[in-house]
Design a protein around this ligand. Sequence first.
Ligand code: SF4
Length: 188
Amino acid sequence: MSYITKSPWVIHYDGSSCNGCDIEVLACLTPMYDVERFGIINTGNPKHADVFLVTGSINEQNISVVKQIYEQMPEPKVVVAIGICATSGGVFRECYNIKGGVDTVIPVDVYVPGCAARPEAIIDGVVKGLGVLAEKKAAMKEKAIAVLDTEAEAPAPEPPIEIQVYGSTEPREHGGAHDASTPGKGEA
Ligand code: SF4
């Protein structure tokens, strides 16, 4: 985990599930497994999160919730599908309202198999996700540098067009600007 330069924050959402994987994610936060020792913090705000942990499958009611959480997370971000339900729909796959795994609505970077997924496997999945996060961050940095280089190589902008003045630049006799030596309106 030497590539991590800041504490990764995770956000967790439980879709359509039996809550088995949900409980195992919470177990990772307890003193027994204690992911906070790695600096990993569970947040409830998508705008603060780097890693999206999803348990359970996708159904018609949670599609918009999963999409909204994902879209509110800043780039770069990583999605970890935890358990066989989040991976493919699992035991709920044939149900009338189940669409499938998490990747039916948002891109998934890491799949953690299991029913339920064990805390060790979940922690391993998150660490793999952090590797993907580091790659995405490096790619974004390269892209930003390329854009800056392109801008630096761009030709200098044309100088402004010289304004041509036609006619006299002297103050007019009546109206307009005049100095003290020029009589104004009604002063002649
Ligand atoms: S993978 Fe198994 S334990 Fe996890 S939510 Fe699905 S049915 Fe429950």
